[in-house]
Write a protein that binds this ligand. Structure first.
Ligand code: ADP
Ligand code: G6P
Length: 506
C-alpha cells in the first residue's frame, strides 16, 4: 500500500457513489436477528474499497442493504470494513420511488445503455429524469454537509454516471464558503459520442453535460472516452471552449481538466489469495473435478448484464463444441454469472436466458461424467474467485462494451502458474492497455471460436511468455498506482486553484 499522506496532507477525502462498499442483510430463512455483511459485485466497489482503506475519509453512498439501517448510528454513519475499520461509511436513504426513477430508471435504463451504445435497451421517461435530479440534489446536500464538517480542506470525489449533476449542484451549495473544496469525478463506464447522447431529451443531455462541467477534474479510463466527452462539450455547451491538446474545457472563468487514468486492482491481494494454501487447494480441487487428462478449464466471471456478452459467449461455446468434437470432455467451462439489477425486466430476462442457454448446451453436448458448462450464479467471495481464476487455463471476457473490465486484470493477477491465456473483447477499456491477450470481437462468433481454439492449443512456452509480460505490466499499474496518479493530479490542480468559483450558467 502506498503512502498517500504526501498527497492528502492537509485534505479530507469525501467519496460519493451510488453503490455502497458493504451491504448488510438478514440471511434468507435464517432464524434470529443475525446481520450478515457482503461486498456487492461490481468494478467500482472492488476498486475503491482498497483505496479508501489507505486514504481514510468518508464514503457517502445509498444504503441499499435490507438491514443497513440496523447498523447505522442516527446520522447514518458506520465505520468499515467491519473486520478492521479504516474509514467512515455514510448512507443516504432512498425510497422505492427514488430507486425506481433514479437508479433503475435514468441511471440504468437510460444512461447505462446509451453509454454502452446498446440502444435496444434504452428506455426513457420524464419521471426518470425528475427523480434523477431530485436524488442528485440529495447527494449534493450530503456531500456539502460532509465538506463543511471535514477537519481539513475537503476533496470531494464523485463516482460514475449516477451523479452527473452532483458536481455543479455541490459547487452551487459551497459557493462563498471560506474554505475551497476541490471537486472531481471518475466516470467508470464508456462515454458516448454526441450522436448517442443526444437520444436523451434535450434537458437531460444538456443537464448531464453542464452538471459534469461543475467538476475541477474529470477522469476516464481511456483517451477515446475523454475525446467523446470533449466532442459532446463542443456540441452541447456552445459557450465553452475546448482545448483538445491540453484536455481542458474553459467555461466562464473556470477550467475543467480531463485526465486518462485506467483503473486497476489490488494485485497483491489477488495474487496472495491465489497463492495462499486455501486458494491453491481450491484451485487444485476444481481442476481435479473438471479437467480431464490433457484437457483445459475455461472460466468467466461477470455480473449478469447485457453489456457482458454472455449469450454471445454461449453461442460461441456451442459452435466450438459442434465444430471441434475433439474438445468435448477436453474443455469444460466454469461460468460465474451473478444476478444484477434483477428488478429490471431486461436483466431478469437475461438471467433466465443464461440459465436456459447453459442447460441447452449441457443437454446437447453433456455425456456421462461430463458437464460442459458449470454455472455458478451466486456471490463468490474474493478468495473463491481467486481460486477459480487460478484454476482456469483460459479466461474469456466477451463484453460488447465495457468501461475497463476488472475481471481481466484479476485473472492475470491470480495466474501465478503463468500458464493461462486471456481471451479479451476488443471493446473493453482493458484491451487498450493489455498487449498480450488474444483480442476478439464478441459480435463475430466465428472470431470468438477461433480465439478460443487458439487459446486451448497455444504452446506452453508462448502461454508463459505472454502471461509473464501481462503480469509484469499489471504489477506496474496497480490500483494504488492509479490512486497515486489521480491524487497527484488533484494535488497539482488544487494547489494552483485560488478560490472556489460558482458554476457557470445552469
Ligand atoms: P462491472 O464493474 O461492470 O461489474 P468489472 O469486470 O469491471 O465489471 O468488475 C466486476 C467486479 O465484480 C470484479 O471485481 C469481480 O471480481 C466482481 N464480481 C463479479 N462477479 C462476482 C461474483 N459472482 N461474486 C463476487 N464478485 C463478483
Ligand atoms: C458498474 C458501474 C458501477 C456499479 C457496478 C455494479 O461497475 O460502473 O457504478 O456499482 O457496475 O452495478 P450496481 O448497479 O449493482 O451498482
Amino acid at each position: 500500500m502506498p503512502d498517500t499522506s504526501q498527497y492528502l496532507a492537509g485534505r479530507t477525502l469525501i467519496l460519493v457513489s451510488n453503490r455502497e462498499p458493504y451491504e448488510h442483510f438478514h440471511e434468507e430463512g435464517a432464524a434470529g436477528d443475525d446481520v450478515k455483511v457482503r461486498r456487492p459485485p461490481g468494478g467500482l466497489v472492488s476498486a475503491l474499497d482498497p483505496t479508501m482503506r489507505c486514504t481514510h475519509g468518508t464514503w457517502v453512498a445509498w444504503g441499499s442493504g435490507s438491514a443497513d439501517r440496523e447498523t447505522a448510528d442516527e446520522t447514518g454513519r458506520l465505520q468499515v470494513p467491519p473486520e478492521s475499520p479504516a474509514y467512515t461509511l455514510r448512507r443516504v436513504w432512498l425510497d422505492d420511488a427514488d430507486v425506481d426513477g433514479y437508479y433503475l430508471g435514468f441511471a440504468n435504463s437510460a444512461l447505462w445503455p446509451l453509454c454502452h451504445m446498446l440502444l435496444q435497451h434504452y428506455d426513457m421517461r420524464q419521471e426518470y429524469w425528475d427523480r434523477y435530479v431530485a436524488v442528485n440534489e440529495r447527494f449534493a446536500d450530503a456531500a456539502a454537509e460532509e465538506a463543511r464538517r471535514a477537519p481539513k480542506a475537503p476533496v470531494v470525489w464523485v463516482q460514475d454516471y449516477h451523479f452527473a449533476l452532483v458536481p455543479s449542484l455541490l459547487r452551487q451549495r459551497l459557493a462563498g464558503e471560506r474554505r475551497p473544496t476541490f471537486i472531481h469525478q471518475f466516470w467508470h463506464i464508456p462515454f458516448p459520442p454526441p450522436d448517442i447522447l443526444r437520444l436523451l431529451p434535450t434537458a437531460a443531455y444538456t443537464g448531464v453535460m453542464r452538471g459534469l462541467l461543475g467538476n475541477d477534474l474529470i477522469e476516464f479510463h481511456t483517451d477515446r472516452y475523454a475525446q467523446n466527452f470533449l466532442d459532446c462539450v463542443d456540441e452541447f455547451v456552445p459557450e465553452s471552449r475546448v482545448h483538445r491538446d491540453g484536455k481542458r474545457v474553459r467555461l466562464g472563468d473556470r477550467d475543467v481538466s480531463l485526465g486518462v487514468f485506467p483503473i486497476s486492482i489490488d494485485v497483491e491481494q489477488y495474487e496472495s489469495l491465489a497463492r495462499g494454501p486455501d486458494g491453491a487447494q481450491k484451485a487444485a480441487e476444481l481442476r481435479e473435478k473438471y479437467v480431464a487428462d490433457g484437457g483445459s478449464l475455461g472460466v468467466s466471471v461477470d455480473r449478469v448484464d447485457y453489456t457482458k456478452g454472455i449469450p454471445e459467449r454461449l453461442r460461441a461455446l456451442d459452435q466450438l463444441w459442434t465444430e471441434a468434437p475433439e474438445l468435448r470432455r477436453k474443455l469444460t467451462f466454469v461460468v460465474v454469472a451473478t444476478p444484477s439489477r434483477s428488478e429490471l425486466r431486461s436483466y431478469k430476462t437475461l438471467e433466465e436466458e443464461v440459465v436456459a442457454g447453459v442447460k441447452a448446451i449441457n443437454d446437447k453436448f453433456g455425456e456421462d461424467g461430463w458437464t460442459p458448462i458449470v454455472l455458478i450464479n451466486e456471490n463468490v467471495d474474493a478468495a473463491g474467485l481467486a481460486s477459480i481464476y487460478r484454476a482456469g487455463d483460459v479466461c474469456l471476457v466477451s463484453s460488447l462494451q465495457d468501461g475497463m473490465n476488472l475481471v481481466a486484470k484479476e485473472y492475470i493477477a491470480c495466474n501465478v502458474d503463468e500458464q493461462g491465456v486471456l481471451v479479451l473483447s476488443r471493446f473493453t477499456g482493458a484491451a487498450a492497455e493489455i498487449d498480450d491477450a488474444i483480442l476478439i470481437n464478441p459480435f463475430n462468433v466465428d472470431g470468438v471460436v477461433a480465439g478460443l481454439r487458439r487459446a486451448v492449443t497455444m504452446p506452453p512456452e508462448e502461454r508463459r511468455a505472454r502471461m509473464q509480460r501481462m503480469r509484469r505490466q499489471l504489477h506496474r499499474a496497480t490500483i494504488f498506482d492509479w490512486l497515486e496518479a489521480i491524487l497527484a493530479r488533484v494535488d497539482e490542480l488544487a494547489s494552483s486553484a485560488t478560490e472556489l468559483r460558482p458554476a457557470a450558467a445552469e
